[in-house]
Design a protein around this ligand. Structure first.
Ligand SMILES: [Mn+2]
Length: 475
């Protein structure tokens, strides 16, 4: 059909993610995106849309940057435009990684000014932090000349009506001066699709598993527009297998025997293998023995979780501790010491072996800035000098102050819970808390950083205006 337009909607590629500290997993993330690019070329789609979280980190390595450039170049050589927005993971303070690629002619950043593809206008909103959603300025979409047959909006947010939503899709659609046919979303890693009035809303799904709770096959969307209308379909991506082996140890026989025979029932070769051990608490087993056994059978990554911590820990999954990673145990113990969130964060930076010693200062500053930025200051928590008591504060009663402090504590706790949250399904191999928190970071991290707390007003203004770029600066 000559007039048919086909788009690939992908996102949450998290390129550069060295999952489980494993170089092969880093390559897996690259390969998954390469598969999407190869499909785009094979299908000769009219454009590829990336809905944010291109990189896993705001500081990807030079290899990540170059390998990503190679993939983008494949699209360019095939004459397929790549249209993208910034996610919360790779977001920088001002100039974005996408600007580097845009300067090379490899990417077009979507914005309030539409990208026109035949009879389709495509708009984008870069990731907006939760605290800034209520002040989002819809008036930037003042495109009065819009006469496209179809309008598509690309966002990287957790949207209502999906259960996890932080921003109401209906509010966005109703606030724009033109009808939106489809909202193509990133941020949530699971494929979702729904319709709100006449508007489709869909998450394409991440291209690789960012943690063990991402069980479903990974996917991207194909958007087809022809004379019959706009249609969205999902296509799965072949990714590395994650294998889950639950072992319930009984008192009857040797614990290792039971574990090893359970493992032997599966082909573990080249897979990320999660062994969850429950049952007899008396039977002593060493994680390292089980890891070695899995490696001898050519598992790519062995992940052992011993959940024999009594009924209470099973009822309360937040009490689970992974003994495969001593850092997790340290984290749990740190929590009991009632350090502030900032204190815990500093400790993490210092312990993070991927942060060179010379970078600890910068890294700590950046992460603290991100944390501050994520806090909700919309309630104008008064600036109380250290050491001052309540009498010195004339504007608030002690009751009001307590209420505000409680809000603040609640917020800290909610951030804290996000950081340490593990899956509630006791069968789930929620083994690596760092991955779990990374996934949470999807919704917790923020595109804006340092400037937000040092000069909040300015950055608020900046967020409301379309961004201005001088491409010459980046070439
Ligand atoms: Mn993501």
């Amino acid at each position: 059909m000559a007039d048919e337009i086909r788009l690939i909607h992908t996102g949450d590629t998290h390129l550069g993610y060295r999952q489980y500290h494993n170089e092969v997993r880093r390559q897996d993330f690259m390969d998954a995106f390469a598969n999407v690019v190869a499909d785009a070329v094979k299908m000769q789609v009219d454009a590829v849309i990336h809905a944010g979280d291109l990189f896993d980190s705001r500081n990807p390595t030079l290899d990540d940057i170059l390998e990503t450039m190679r993939q983008f170049s494949i699209l360019k050589e095939a004459g397929i435009p790549l249209l993208a927005i910034v996610g919360n993971h790779e977001g920088k303070q001002n100039t974005q990684w996408l600007d580097l690629y845009a300067g090379m002619g490899l990417v077009t950043r979507l914005s309030a000014i539409p990208y026109i593809l035949k009879n389709i206008a495509i708009y984008g909103i870069d990731s907006v932090s939760k605290s800034k959603i209520p002040i989002f300025d819809y008036s930037i979409f003042d495109n009065k000349d819009a006469n496209a047959a179809y309008n598509i909006l690309v966002m990287h947010q957790l949207m209502k009506p999906f259960a996890f939503g932080e921003w109401d899709l209906k509010e966005v659609v109703d606030s724009l001066p033109f009808h939106i046919d489809a909202v193509l979303l990133g941020d949530n890693h699971k494929h979702e699709i729904t319709k709100v009035d006449d508007t489709w809303a869909t998450y394409c799904g991440s291209t690789e598993r960012n943690n063990s709770s991402e069980r479903e096959p990974r996917s991207y969307n194909i958007i087809t527009v022809n004379e019959t209308g706009l249609d969205i379909s999902k296509r799965n991506i072949q990714t590395r297998d994650f294998l889950f082996i639950p072992v319930h140890i009984s008192k009857d026989s040797d614990a290792y025997e039971q574990i090893f025979s359970a493992i032997k029932e599966h082909d573990v070769e080249d897979k990320v293998v999660f062994v969850n051990i429950s049952g007899d608490t008396e039977a002593k087993t060493k994680v390292s023995e089980i890891e070695e056994f899995l490696l001898s059978r050519k598992a790519l990554v062995p992940v052992i979780k011993d959940i024999r911590m009594g009924t209470e820990s099973l009822l309360n999954p937040s009490m689970k501790v992974s003994f495969t990673d001593p850092d997790d145990v340290v984290k749990e113990e740190m929590k009991k010491l009632h350090f502030t969130d900032g204190g815990i964060l500093l400790d993490e930076v210092i312990r993070d072996t991927s942060v060179p010693k010379t970078r600890v200062d910068d890294e700590a500053e950046t992460r603290i800035a991100m944390m501050l930025d994520e806090m909700d200051f919309s309630q104008d928590i008064p600036d109380i000098p250290i050491g001052s008591d309540q009498e010195q504060n004339n504007t608030l009663s002690s009751e009001e102050l307590e209420h505000l402090n409680q809000d603040y504590d609640d917020h800290i706790n909610s951030v804290d819970e996000g950081k340490f949250e593990t899956t509630t399904d006791s069968e789930e191999a929620d083994v690596f808390n760092d991955e779990a928190s990374d996934d949470q970071a999807d919704s917790k991290e923020n595109v804006q950083d340092e400037s937000d707390f040092s000069n909040k007003e300015n950055s608020d203004n900046a967020a409301m205006k379309p961004r201005q770029y001088n491409l010459g600066d980046y070439i």
